[in-house]
Design a protein around this ligand. Structure first.
Ligand code: IPM
Ligand code: MG
Length: 361
């Protein structure tokens, strides 16, 4: 592994713009804290499809494998929508998760007081909310057998949710380990009243839990969880769940609790010493691409997670997170986060404001 390498994959839509602001913040952290870090931009997503007919070129994947971390933007655009999955830009992200075997996707839904006005819930519901969704991202219905068949006059399509015991075990283990550093509670979210794969999730998670009896474990059906995230969000600590349920619940948590899907960062981790992956959870928002209107916070905060997890530098991570909070407290907002009385700034200006406020304290 190249200890100091970060591969940068800007991707499509607003990806290049938001990634550029995260790179600015990383560069500032490098100089503030004297870090050893080499960044290299590479091709993935729509541009790779157009030039090379593959979403994740082999040299990009090989470079990612050797790097300490990958920082990605967003993938997708209307011009590729009708192509099969393997020829759509988002396959770059799916393949990367699978190939790097980064199975634990951490999504933090921690409402920022300065954005309470953007969330539809009342502030008193948001005050003590601090949720970490740990989403399994190398398996499940995203990767199980798919098929579309026409028989006579009827066409059928299927996607299959498949989980192996070891895939559940390693995700559960990671959730318990992380819960120990937080409030010590894991809620395993599934649909075990109906789905066989969910029943295996419950069994394996219970088995692993025997080694973590200091951590509280409960189970919740995904429909109930979708409701409880809105009704009693402060009751959650760590949510452990499968690929598709985590995808849905994290968009809900970000929009309803944090005020925008554009603010949530994510870290995707495999076993120690392996490359880890960082990036926002939102889509490419092609309608506003190239207009300096994109909200870069999800990606900038993902750079903070990169410093925390891949560089194990808590201070450097905090320097970004505190600067983001400060800029928001001062009333600056990119277009998407605007509300009455706030100061609207562009993507680049938002990045500059954050970088200016990053300090070593
Ligand atoms: C996410 C995104 C991706 C996913 C897409 C772009 C494939 O929605 O990271 O949440 O579904 O995992
Ligand atoms: Mg999603």
């Amino acid at each position: 592994m190249n200890e100091n390498k970060v591969i940068i994959l800007p991707g499509d839509g607003i990806g290049p713009e938001v990634v550029a602001e995260a790179v600015k913040a990383l560069k500032k952290a490098v100089s503030l804290f004297g870090l050893e870090m080499v960044m290299q931009e590479m091709l993935a997503g729509g541009e790779a499809l157009d030039k090379l007919d593959v979403p994740l070129p082999d040299d990009t994947l090989q470079a990612c494998r050797k790097a300490r971390a990958v920082l990605h933007g967003t993938f997708g655009g209307p011009q590729w929508e009708d192509f099969p999955l393997s020829k759509r830009p988002l396959a770059a992200l799916l393949n990367l998760r699978k190939e790097l075997d980064v199975y634990a996707n951490l999504r933090y839904a921690r409402p920022l007081p300065s954005l309470f006005d953007k969330a539809p819930l009342k502030p008193e519901y948001l005050a003590n909310v601090d949720i970490l969704i740990i989403r399994e991202v190398t398996s499940g219905i995203y990767f199980g057998p798919k098929e579309r068949r026409t028989l006579g006059r009827s066409t059928r399509a299927s996607d299959t949710m498949v989980y192996a015991d070891f895939e559940i075990e390693r995700a559960a283990r990671r959730a318990f380990e992380i819960a120990r550093t937080r409030k010590g509670k894991v809620t395993c979210v599934d649909k075990a009243n109906v789905l066989e794969s969910s029943r295996l999730w419950r069994k394996i998670t219970r088995d692993v839990h025997r080694e973590y009896s200091d951590v509280e474990l409960d189970f919740m059906y995904v429909d109930v969880c979708a409701m409880q995230l809105v009704l009693n969000p402060a009751n959650f600590d760590v949510i452990l769940t499968s690929n598709i349920f985590g995808d849905i619940l994290s968009d809900e948590a970000s929009a309803v609790l944090v005020g925008s899907v554009g603010v949530l960062p994510s870290a995707t981790l495999g076993e120690e010493e392996k490359t880890s992956l960082f990036g926002p959870i939102h889509g490419p928002v092609n309608e506003i691409a190239g207009q300096n209107k994109a909200n870069p916070l999800g990606t900038v905060l993902s750079a903070a997670l990169l410093l925390r997890f891949a560089w194990q530098n808590e201070e450097a991570a905090l320097s970004i997170e505190r600067a983001v909070e400060k800029v928001l407290e001062e009333g600056y907002r990119s277009t998407e986060l605007m509300s009455a009385g706030k100061k609207e700034v562009g993507t680049r200006e938002m990045g500059d404001l954050i970088v200016e406020r990053m300090t070593r304290t």
